[in-house]
Design a protein around this ligand. Structure first.
Ligand SMILES: [Zn+2]
Length: 253
């Protein structure tokens, strides 16, 4: 069988126990997007570099054995965020961003963009680059940017039905004006204020660190955060385990 060495740059999203001796690792990589590789459980303690570092961005050395199966043979850490271990709220948010990233679509042509979004967001959860940037803001920006990249975030600039100024969010139809919203039951309509629309538009149009910097009043911010979490679960059709942990933690803050 032909063996080929492959190098991928990425971040470990998830470890799945596979057999007595092996784990399956899910990585988000710059080169191939989401990949699953095999790794010996004993590799965790190998001198060649451990793969189970939390949030570590690493160069993974893999052996490809045909049929697309890749086996871990070592890794070199490029960047890590060890301080998040001392920041429980930011860490819970980071774990949630990693779980959401397990839903990066298959066969994408822009894997680097998803990886950059995750890495930049993890970086901003630490205090290294921007002092006192709230982890809740980083999480919200990540969510909307991730949904936008995946083609799942509706255009917040106009009513999806008639093009007028929107005031509601319906998770199936997108953003709607008051007139077009009449067709839908109240229970499926979420009323947004102007500051929530401008925050969504800001996140969807601004790039770089400035994307994470905007101001809103507390109650609008909290409602938008809750809506983006609910929409994430709805559109991905999943209950996100790390989101439940995050919400429990934040509710006790
Ligand atoms: Zn309309």
């Amino acid at each position: 069988m032909s063996r080929e060495l492959v190098e991928l740059h990425g971040i470990l999203l998830k470890i799945l126990p596979y057999s007595e001796n092996d784990n399956l690792l899910q990585l988000l990589t710059a080169e191939k997007g989401k990949v699953i590789i095999y790794a010996k459980k004993s590799s965790k303690t190998n001198r060649s570099g451990s793969y189970n570092q939390l949030f570590a961005y690493s160069k993974f050395e893999l052996i490809s054995r045909g049929h697309g199966m890749m086996v871990y043979s070592g890794s070199q850490m490029i960047e890590s965020f060890p301080e998040l271990r001392q920041m429980p709220y930011a860490m819970a948010a980071g774990e949630y961003l990693c779980e959401v990233s397990t839903f990066v679509p298959e066969n994408i042509d822009n894997p680097q963009e998803y990886l950059s979004l995750l890495l930049n967001s993890l970086y901003l959860l630490t205090d290294r680059k921007v002092k006192n940037l709230d982890y809740k803001t980083v999480k919200l920006v990540f969510e909307i940017a991730f949904l936008q990249l995946s083609g799942l975030m509706p255009n917040a600039g106009e009513c999806s039905s008639c093009g007028n100024e929107p005031v509601y969010w319906n998770f199936d139809e997108g953003f709607l004006c008051g007139h077009c919203a009449d067709k839908f039951p109240n229970s499926s309509l979420h009323l947004l204020d102007k500051s929530m629309f401008s925050a969504i538009n800001h996140i969807m149009t601004v790039r770089g660190v400035k994307r994470y910097v905007f101001t809103m009043d507390h109650s609008s911010f909290n409602l938008l955060s809750w809506l983006s979490e609910e929409y994430m679960k709805y559109i991905l059709e999943t209950d996100l385990k790390t989101l439940n942990v995050y919400r429990q933690l934040v509710s006790r803050e």
